[in-house]
Design a protein around this ligand. Structure first.
Ligand code: G6P
Length: 367
């Protein structure tokens, strides 16, 4: 069926707006009948037999893997390796017994990711994929293919596929935590309840669009932009920088906040906006102290945090946009919204081709 823009100016805008709905659907799809546990609708995966995870992808899907590493390690206590497919496939890494190889791909056709999957055939105990296109090569060649149910994504810069990938990966990590007994059924239920409230929270975040649009107009004047984040916000900072450079053509880079002192701080002056993603979680104070180091060097900080975080940390910043509060584990899905809206409105302000950015393809099926 032909997909239209549904009244939006760009497919990307439409796909950003669709996220509360498609994420709600993905959550429902992976809940057990009583809603109290995660259930995989097709073949089950027994995580008691899995000793380690290797996650491989490209582009935005790689940042979904990077986020999921934190979840699988913290919630399910499984050691996780991640790699971009183009490096993984030629490095010929050893795949020890007990490895579950997990491939994440919107299209299911990315050449490097498919080659990485084929490399793992006969070596990994199980090959699992997280895909948007169920009839794709990557889905067909996996032992278990988990659909993300995002619906057709047309904008070259991935948005709803990313947050749906995150949702499915988080639910898979909760399933792993249940199997391995690293979380009690009650703890898992608490996270599932939080996941059920996520569509409403994302709608509230989307209502802040005009605030992001206003900051984006200022960002559009910049030549370089830095993104900083710690813990679960580090992959999100990378994704924010990727989105921005893809569609606005502004040079953007991301660093783990703790690495600021090891290089990027040399770049800070009054011309460089620094986007700091800092929900009020256990790492908030650390990130805020990195932010103050930036401000001490006249860097222009855009702080993205929640209401409580803004109360505590926003003195002297260039700008602050607040998001609703959410369970710590869900912050990557929520903070994807500002990453997307900042990139989108910066690109619109610059007048670039948002849905078809120069030199990029939606699906890279050649090497
Ligand atoms: C291209 C797209 C990106 C995407 C990446 C991986 O670079 O422009 O949006 O993240 O490929 O694609 P996949 O279909 O494997 O997720």
């Amino acid at each position: 069926a032909q997909v239209d823009k549904g009244g939006h100016k760009h497919f990307m805008a439409k796909e950003i707006a669709e996220q509360p709905n498609v994420i709600g659907e993905a959550v429902r799809h992976y809940l057990s009948n009583d809603g109290n546990a995660v259930a995989l609708p097709g073949d089950d995966i027994d995580f008691t037999k899995i000793e380690r995870l290797t996650m491989v992808a490209c582009g935005t899907a790689f940042y979904a893997c990077m986020t999921a590493k934190y979840w699988f390690e913290q919630l399910a206590r499984i050691p996780v390796e991640i790699d971009v497919a183009s490096e993984f496939r030629y490095r010929e890494p050893p795949i020890p017994k007990g490895t579950l190889a997990l491939f994440v791909s919107q299209s299911g056709e990315t050449a490097d990711t498919l080659a990485a999957l084929r490399y793992c055939e006969g070596k990994a105990d199980k090959i699992v994929s997280v895909v948007n296109v169920p009839e794709s090569s990557i889905a067909r060649e996996s032992d278990v293919a988990l659909p993300i149910l995002a619906g057709t994504e047309i904008g070259v810069a991935s948005t709803k596929a990313f947050t749906c990938q995150l949702t499915v990966l988080l639910m898979l990590a909760l399933k792993a935590a249940t199997d391995r007994g690293t979380m009690t059924p009650e703890e898992v239920q608490e996270k599932l309840n939080a996941l059920r409230t996520l569509p409403g929270i994302l709608n509230t975040a989307l209502e802040r669009e005009s605030a992001f649009k206003a900051v984006a107009r200022k960002l559009a004047e910049s030549r370089d932009i830095l993104f900083l984040g710690r813990g679960l916000m580090y992959p999100l900072a990378l994704e924010g920088a990727l989105k921005l450079k893809e569609i606005s053509y502004i040079h953007a880079e991301a660093y783990a906040s703790g690495e600021l002192k090891h290089g990027p701080i040399a770049l800070i002056d009054k011309h460089v906006p620094v986007v700091v993603m800092a929900p009020r979680d256990g790492l908030f104070d650390k990130t805020i102290s990195n932010m103050q180091e930036v401000m001490a060097r006249n860097g222009k900080v855009l702080l993205i945090t929640d209401g409580e975080g803004a109360g505590e940390g926003s003195q002297g910043v260039w700008d602050v946009v607040t998001l609703p509060e959410v369970d710590d584990v869900l912050t990557p899905i929520l903070y994807a919204i500002p990453a997307q809206l900042l990139a989108y409105h910066t690109a619109v302000a610059k007048g670039t081709d948002v849905d078809q950015p120069r030199n990029l393809a939606k699906s890279v099926t050649v090497e």
